[in-house]
Design a protein around this ligand. Structure first.
Ligand code: ZN
Ligand code: ZN
Length: 168
């Protein structure tokens, strides 16, 4: 896939603007969403959100102690956004589906965000009309079936995560 081999070469690091929070991704993400929903537009203050989905235990906190801020979500189930306690920049979110076990890391907080381009564009039905999507990247009007789009390795990692959660 697009980003996996590059991301494996050297660890991706990132953090907030004041640098109180710093973290490292211990390997490539499961999948990278570019979300064009109106909720992500509001929460980013821009036109889409770029989130790298990864197991929480593959995000190593190098510095800081982000605060989890309860925030409404489109599903109604809510999300928790991890923000620096000092500058308040958001570094990742937990959604109800994956719970604490999965983080949606905000790609723009990485030192080298260009290393994680989107694997899929979602909720393009509400995309800003001036945003032009690159050819060759899947794009769906709303959400999608994971089995249809995720690489086999990511599906296997997700199954392993589910098994661990069920057994704990
Ligand atoms: Zn900060
Ligand atoms: Zn969204």
């Amino acid at each position: 896939m697009t980003s996996t081999s590059a991301a494996a070469a050297t660890a991706l690091e990132g953090g907030c603007t004041c640098r109180a929070v710093r973290f490292r991704l211990l390997g490539p993400p499961l999948f990278v969403h570019c979300c064009h929903c109106t909720w992500c537009q509001r929460e980013s203050g821009a036109s889409f959100a770029l989130n790298a989905m990864i197991e929480s235990d593959r995000v190593e906190l190098l510095a800081g102690d982000p605060e989890l801020v309860a925030t409404p979500s489109a599903s109604g189930a809510g999300q928790r956004i991890a923000r620096c306690r000092n500058c308040r920049v958001a570094v990742w979110s937990h959604y109800s589906g994956g719970g604490d076990a999965v983080r949606f890391v905000r790609v723009g907080t990485l030192d080298e965000p260009a290393r994680l381009p989107p694997d899929i564009h979602i909720y393009t039905a509400s995309k800003q009309p001036w945003v032009v999507l690159a050819p060759g990247v899947p794009a769906v009007a709303e959400y999608y079936d994971r089995k249809q789009y995720w690489p086999a390795e990511s599906l296997a990692r997700r199954e392993a995560l589910r098994a661990r959660r069920a057994g704990s």
